[in-house]
Structures are given as structure tokens and as C-alpha cells.
Design a protein around this ligand. Sequence first.
Ligand code: NAD
Ligand code: UDP
Ligand code: UDP
Length: 327
Amino acid sequence: MRNYSPRKRILVTGGAGFLGSHLIDRLLARGDEVVCADNLFTGAKRNIEHLHSHPRFEFIRHDVTFPLYIEVDQIYNLACPASPIHYQHDPVQTTKTSVHGAINLLGLAKRLKATIFQASTSEVYGDPAVHPQTEAYWGNVNPIGLRSCYDEGKRCAETLFFDYHRQHGLDIRVARIFNTYGPRMHPNDGRVVSNFIVQALKGDDITLYGDGQQTRSFCYVDDMIEGFLRFMDLPKGANGAPGFPGPINLGNPGEFTICQLAEKVIELTASKSKIVYHPLPTDDPMQRQPNIDLARKYLGGWEPEVQLVEGLLHTIKYFEKLFTRES
Ligand code: NAD
Ligand code: UDP
Ligand code: UDP
């Protein structure tokens, strides 16, 4: 049965993960009902434990590669391991999660005539030959490399979203997310911000891959979630026609070398850790920076507000608390 109360019932797949759990907090805070579907592969119960007895929150342990029959008004599809270590752990399952997961959730959205959001990624641009990346760029992706299970899985998911949109008139929102960081990142997921902070707090060596001159643009989680909500809630077109489908880049255009990030984390944690150099992983993109003109235009002047130092300080505080709790 659909929801007859004025509030929306919203499905968040991957809701026990880093981004998903922050999204759920925002949805509950504004009064929605939330169903979180997650197989807890990289997510953690601790990310949603504060919601355990929340009257408008429900958790179901579910793998999105299997069909899901429930009744909701909107769907956010975030289920997919996001860090290279995790998505390369079982690459076949990663592609299945992106592709079979997209088919099942698009099938669900089609039956329910629900708007559906896809957490796509800057990885669709691969190691980009165009800089900064605009949505018009088709990308430079190795189809058979170690990162392909993720990159090509997400590219195929985008294809499916746009084919359901064209073929079935489905109302879709495809966001290409650039590197995002903040509290609730998995301490062992190997992503650069969490790795450096954990290493710095423990006094371990800071592992810099390559010469550290590759760049990334880091967006704080709160800014990212604000972008998700504004995009999803864009009004439909005339006579209920689908609204703006994207794809749209979401990220913070501030660009830093990985070396600069390492130095900043050491400074902010007052750590005695030393930087050590390791080989650059294969197909590691040399540069990445979003062009966010489209997001600024469509999302009511949306703009990342949290600067890197402020965001790092929030994240450092989170990991300090986590380690105190675990010790
Ligand atoms: P995360 O690993 O913390 O969260 C992913 C969640 O999906 C986890 O809770 C995991 O258990 C769940 N999951 C994985 N496979 C599943 C399956 N088969 N069925 C059900 N649940 C499954 O990662 P995140 O950083 O929160 O990323 C969320 C989404 O955003 C992902 O789709 C990711 O590709 C995308 N994204 C994230 C970033 C980033 O910088 N954080 C950048 C680009 C795209
Ligand atoms: N599906 C689902 N929940 C639903 C409706 C569909 O999980 O409420 C899945 C189902 O497994 C199906 C897939 O979504 O295979 C695609 O559905 P669609 O209707 O597009 O295609 P079809 O059922 O014709 O294969
Ligand atoms: N990186 C690093 N040391 C680490 C983890 C990552 O130098 O301990 C580098 C990695 O090689 C890449 C960048 O930091 O160039 C961002 O890596 P991450 O895995 O966070 O994200 P992605 O490569 O998917 O953007």
C-alpha cells in the first residue's frame, strides 16, 4: 500500500554506509519515513544504531542484486562498495551490484511510478583527458582494468537509468559524485582521507601513492547531501512529465594534490607520522576536478560551503571518538 499520509516514504539502498546514513538523518529530520535496505557489506550498524527505535525508520537486510517488492514514493540508490579496496575485493559482485541492482530498483520505480536517484560517480570519466570535467565529457575508462568493475558497472547503470527514462518515461536523477569525505567513513576502507587521518592519529606512516602530485577535489558530506536533496526534489515537468534527469556533477571544485592533503592532515592532527611513498595503483587517475556549473544552475545556487580544513577537523574529531570508544 502506498503512503496516504502527507509525508513521503523513501527507500535508501546502501543506507548503512557513509553517505547513505547521512542522507537518512536528513530525511528523518525533515519528517519523512525511511526504509534503509543494505546487505552490510561495507556499511556498519553503528552508522544507523542511533535510529534503532526511531518511529519513522526501518532497516531491512537486503542485497540489491535480488528483487525487492515494497511500496515507497522515492528511491535513492546508493548501494555499492565505493572504495577501491572494497570494490576490488569481489569485482564480479561489484558489477552485479551496480547492474543487477539498477535493473531491480528501476523495475521497482517503474511499478511504483516513483522518482529514482542514482549515486553515480566521477569514475565514469576514468583518467580524464578533459579538465575540469563537465557532464558533456564521455570519459577515458579502461574497460578491462582493476577499476573497471566499478567504473563500467556505474557507466552501465547510467545507461539503464537513461533507457528506463526514455523507454518508460521514468523520472530519474543521475548524480555524478566526486570524492566526498566526513564522519562515518569506514576506518579501513583505504580511501585517502580516512587512511591519512587514521594513520596520523595512530602515529603510523602516512602512505602516499606515487609522487603525490595526482589531484582530487574533496567535498564535505553535508554539502553533498544538500545537493542530493535539492536534485531529487526538483519539480516534475508540465503535466507530471519527468523532471531534469541529469547527469549532474556534485562535488567541491577546490583541487588539491594528495601530497598537500597529507601535509594538511599531519598539521591538523599535530601528528609525528612520517610520509612514506608507495607505488601508484594501476589506472589511478592523475587529476580530477568537477565543473559544477550545471548543479549551480539547476539546484537553486547550490554550492559547497565547507572548506577542506573545517571538514577535516570534523572528520578527525569523529575518528578520535571512534578510537576512544573502541579502546
Ligand atoms: P559505503 O561503502 O560507505 O556505502 C555503500 C553501502 O552500500 C554500504 O552500506 C554497503 O553495505 C552497501 N552495499 C554494497 N553492496 C550492496 C548490495 N549488493 N546490496 C545492498 N547494499 C549494498 O560508500 P559511500 O561512500 O557511502 O558511497 C555510497 C554511494 O555513493 C555508492 O554507490 C558510491 O559508488 C557512490 N559514490 C561515493 C563517493 C564518495 O566519495 N563517497 C564518490 C562517488 C560515488
Ligand atoms: N522488480 C523488483 N521490484 C518490483 C518490480 C520489479 O525488484 O517491484 C525487479 C524484477 O526483478 C524485474 C526487474 O525489477 O526483473 C526489472 O523490472 P521490469 O518491470 O523493468 O522488467 P521485467 O519484469 O519485464 O523484466
Ligand atoms: N591514496 C594515497 N594513499 C592512500 C590512499 C589513497 O596516496 O593511503 C591516493 C590514491 O592513489 C589516489 C587518491 O589518493 O590517487 C585518492 O584515492 P581514493 O582511493 O580515496 O579515491 P579515488 O582514487 O577513487 O579517487
